[in-house]
Design a protein around this ligand. Structure first.
Ligand code: HEM
Length: 496
């Protein structure tokens, strides 16, 4: 009681002491001198008011301003470290130190470290190894996947043809077609484009990706995650996942009824076989529950990304009709119009391949990849201390804008990937799929899909901006997967 009275009598003194403590923290930064270079932030909120929505661009500019490839920022209780050069990312992500995922909200509120996308340790190793093997076995680069994608393209071409050259938003068709490729691979079946349950499923995936952007305060002010009222974002994440899970469980049950270990047709079958093989191991990570997370992760990581790459590709084609015409000339010369392109044509089409790489580079639509972390201990890297649990980002946007690596870093120019002999070059610096042991495990599938969709669409149609309408701008959304902000329309004119 006496203490309370004492404090009440000395409110002014208490406030001055608190202020002095905050200023001391502000000046001395709580021992932050060993952190990579940064800007002075504010107590408690750190650099939150300085960071722009596009965190990758902000970190890239900060790296130039501070003349350091490694920079750091603080937001709330989180330390964020950004590697802004290709060599630095390669070095940092080659070993084990930054292999974990930090405690992002998606992980703490939803997956609890399950699956492959945000899991760590032995769980991650087992699930990643399985996913890589299964994608390779189903023809990442081989015939089966090639055929699935080409079959899907028959429906896509029909759908676009039916528009008869009218102004048309291709987003819907691209999204459903790409999701269907994943359905074929994972579930062994495709869905009609107007199937309500299928469309609903995709909307839920898209909503969950949107919620998980890393600049949201929910990741960095942990008290927001522990309020008596559950944050709305957690409710949405969980509600969407429950719905997807129910949908997948029905598909898994159907698979179980017809399962034949000697005839593995899709990812579910392959996973059921893995569960069977490991069933007597007490510490197995292959369970029905993990099967659900595996499929969920493949959809969330593989659909939105590939569909976004194609939406960007068509936007660039209507802005650069000369590049579009050059791709079509190469397709006419090498493949002709009689047969649809297939995966093995890629090596004979260097200009087309360069255009696809250039779209990935200039758009850098996963600009910070996914966050990595050192969850176990502080790590000393290039003379700095990176505190345990930091958010560690490979800044892919900075790599893709580096004037030391590219002829024209800031403009769309397929020659960034073409050498003086017309051959494909510079692919070693293409960072769109990230680098190291945590790099995208679906790169082969994604590249095959991009190549087959892009070439088939340009073989059959010429895409142009509708007459009398200004060209849609290249403005970008913010978030984990950066998309064209405008829902633009194109006219797809069937080629003579
Ligand atoms: C153009 C399309 C795609 C792009 C640009 C892309 C890019 C990326 C990037 C940048 C990462 C983060 C790597 C890191 O943490 O350093 C990633 C992770 C991942 N991607 Fe992709 N991706 C694409 C398509 C796909 C597809 C089709 C799949 C299909 C299965 C897929 C599955 C995954 C998975 C499971 C991870 C997490 C890997 C792990 O944590 O070990 N991605 N992707």
């Amino acid at each position: 009681m006496a203490l309370v009275e004492l404090l009440a009598d000395n409110v002014q003194t208490v406030l001055i002491v608190l202020l002095a403590l905050l200023i001391a923290y502000y000046i001395f930064g709580g021992g932050a001198s060993a952190l990579p270079p940064s800007l002075q932030g504010w107590p408690l909120i750190g650099n939150m008011l300085q960071v722009k929505k596009d965190m990758a661009e902000y970190a890239m500019d900060l790296s130039k301003k501070l003349s350091s490839d490694i920079v750091s920022l603080k937001i709330g209780s989180s330390t964020m470290v950004f590697f802004n050069s290709y060599n630095m990312i390669k070095e940092a992500f080659a070993g084990d130190e930054f292999m974990a995922r930090p405690d992002i909200f998606f992980k703490t509120a939803l997956t609890k470290g399950n699956g492959v996308l945000v899991s760590d340790g032995q769980m991650w190793k087992n699930q990643r190894r399985f996913a890589l093997t299964v994608l390779r076995d189903f023809g990442m680069g081989k015939m089966m996947m090639d055929e699935n994608i080409r079959e899907e393209l028959v429906y896509v071409v029909d759908d676009i043809r039916r528009q008869n050259g009218k102004a048309y938003d291709v987003e819907r068709i691209v999204n459903v077609a790409v999701a269907n490729v994943m359905c074929q691979t994972a579930l062994g079946r495709r869905y009609d484009y107007d199937d309500a349950a299928f469309i609903d499923l995709q909307n839920r995936f898209e909503e969950n990706v949107t919620i998980t952007g890393v600049s949201s305060p929910i990741h960095h002010f942990k008290f927001l995650q522990n309020l008596p009222i559950e944050p709305w974002a957690a409710k949405i994440l969980r509600r969407n996942y429950a719905h997807v899970r129910e949908f997948l469980m029905k598909v898994v049950e159907e698979h179980k009824k017809t399962f034949d270990g000697s005839d593995i047709k899709d990812v579910i079958d392959a996973y059921l076989s893995e569960i069977e093989k490991n069933k007597d191991k007490p510490d197995t990570t292959f369970t029905d529950d993990q099967l659900n997370w595996m499929i969920y992760d493949m959809f969330i990581a593989g659909s939105e990304t590939t569909a976004t790459s194609l939406r960007w590709a068509l936007l660039y084609m209507i802005h650069y009709p000369d590049v579009q015409a050059k791709v079509q000339a190469e397709l006419d010369e090498v493949i002709g119009r009689e047969r649809a392109p297939c995966a093995r044509d890629r090596t004979s089409l260097p200009y087309t391949d360069a255009v696809i790489n250039e779209i990935l580079r200039i758009t850098s639509f996963l600009p910070l990849a996914l966050p990595h972390s050192n969850m176990e201990k502080d790590v000393h890297f290039r003379g700095y201390t990176i505190p345990k649990g930091a958010y560690v980002f490979g800044n892919l946007l900075a790599v893709h804008r580096d004037p030391k690596l590219w002829k024209s870093p800031d403009k769309f120019d397929p020659d960034n990937f073409i050498d003086e002999n017309g051959k494909l070059c510079n692919q070693q610096h293409m960072g769109a799929f990230s680098v190291g042991r945590r790099a995208c495990l679906g790169e082969g599938l994604a590249r095959m899909e991009m190549f087959l969709f892009f070439t088939r669409l340009l073989q059959v149609f010429s895409f142009k901006n509708p007459d009398g309408v200004p060209l849609p701008p290249f403005t970008r959304t913010s978030g984990l997967v950066v998309k064209p902000k405008v829902h633009y329309k194109v006219c797809a004119i069937e080629r003579e």
